[in-house]
Design a binder for this molecule. Structure first.
Ligand SMILES: C[S@@+](CC[C@H](N)C(=O)[O-])C[C@H]1O[C@@H](n2cnc3c(N)ncnc32)[C@H](O)[C@@H]1O
Length: 346
């Protein structure tokens, strides 16, 4: 790409100190786009990337992007440029990857944005109000039933459920959430027991046939494969009492849509991991659970949340309807859906 600047300004770049770092999510299926982006950046900086070294740069970008994406949806490609050592002209580029995890992503983000106001977490992070669907399913349970809230986050469902008298266990990956949730619960004397941990950890055992409701609200969008959905559903099944409810939400693709690797990878790094209808069916196949309801999260919550609680967060509408990931496709090919199952009597 040519950059049209007056010759006098271009000459200024000789005396400029050009150095910087760019961090990008890792989407290996877009390797050629990253290459083009680096070329445009270097052209803008007045140091066109040597044509002869483009194949080598492409290989390195794809290698690092693949390493990052495989390790975590929060890994970052870190591009650092600085002046080449004299007497060489131009810039040199270093390509690295930083393997941030989901856990560290939440812990760093919350520390940065809420570090000094953790008391506001319950209503300040994922929504001001509990999910309407969660409260509707809970309303079908006998008083003082036991509930497991997996990926409880800041407690926007855990705390209101406990205030209604349900005995709630919360399992949460990020320590900043699990610690603060226990602090907030204890302060109100609520029947809440919080554990820090990963539901997908094979060593993480849940108590058997204990809960009347096992809940995953906005957790599956962080998963990486349909197999992880199956593992979570299996664990939930074991932990449910006969006739207990499993409630989760997950992004599902439209039936007539075939996602490309780019679609899947961009969604995964945008906290919108999705399955196709077939993958979801396979993930739940053979489990002794009966589907009792299924509806789009956006419609369900919009129609039932109090007007003062709508929208739950600035990004809720675009995220749940798939527009955040697919802004140019109308209607978007994915949507977040509530799925509620019941354990068979056995
Ligand atoms: C988008 S937040 C939603 C929090 C809460 N459920 C709500 O709806 O307000 C997702 C939460 O799930 C947690 N989480 C994601 N994967 C998890 C896992 N494998 N095990 C336990 N918690 C997990 C994250 O740390 C995060 O707090």
């Amino acid at each position: 790409m040519g950059v049209n600047l007056p010759a006098a300004f271009q000459r200024l770049q000789r005396g400029a100190m050009l150095q910087g770092t760019v961090e990008l999510p890792c989407v290996p299926a877009l390797g050629d786009a990253y290459l083009e982006w680096v070329c445009q950046l270097f052209a803008l900086l007045g140091s066109p990337f040597p044509e002869s070294r483009l194949p080598e740069l492409r290989d390195r970008l794809v290698e690092k992007l693949t390493l990052g994406f495989t390790a975590s949806q929060h890994a970052r490609l870190v591009l650092t440029y600085q002046p080449a050592p004299p007497p060489q002209p131009g810039l040199v580029l270093d390509v690295q990857v930083r393997l941030d995890s989901l856990k560290s992503f939440y812990e760093q983000t919350i520390q940065t944005h809420f570090g000094d106001r953790l008391d506001e977490m319950e209503t300040g992070v994922f929504g001001r109000h509990p999910n309407a669907k969660v409260m509707d399913v809970a309303a079908q349970l006998p008083a003082a039933s036991r509930i497991l809230d997996v990926g409880a986050g800041a407690g926007r469902n855990t705390l209101p459920l406990a205030r209604q008298g349900f005995r709630v266990d919360a399992l949460e990956l990020a320590e900043i959430f699990s610690h603060q949730l226990q602090v907030l619960s204890d302060r109100e004397g609520l029947p809440v027991q919080v554990t820090q941990g990963d539901i997908l950890d094979p060593a993480r055992r849940l108590p058997r046939q204990t809960y009347d409701l096992v809940l995953f609200a906005e957790v599956f969008p962080h998963f990486r494969s349909p197999q992880q959905i199956r593992l979570a559903a299996l664990k939930a099944y074991d932990a449910l009492q006969p006739e207990g409810f499993l409630l989760f939400n997950s992004f599902v693709g439209r039936a007539d849509w075939e996602p490309t690797p780019v679609d899947r990878q961009v969604a995964a790094v945008s906290q919108a991991f999705f399955t196709t209808e077939r993958e979801l069916t396979q993930a739940m196949a053979g489990l002794p659970l009966v589907l009792v309801s299924r509806e789009p999260v956006f419609d369900y919550e919009r129609d039932r949340l109090p007007p003062a609680a709508w929208p739950p967060s600035p990004w809720f509408a675009d995220w749940t309807t798939g527009r955040l990931v697919f802004p140019d496709t109308e209607p978007p090919p994915i949507a977040l859906e509530w799925l509620c199952y019941r354990r068979l009597t056995r």
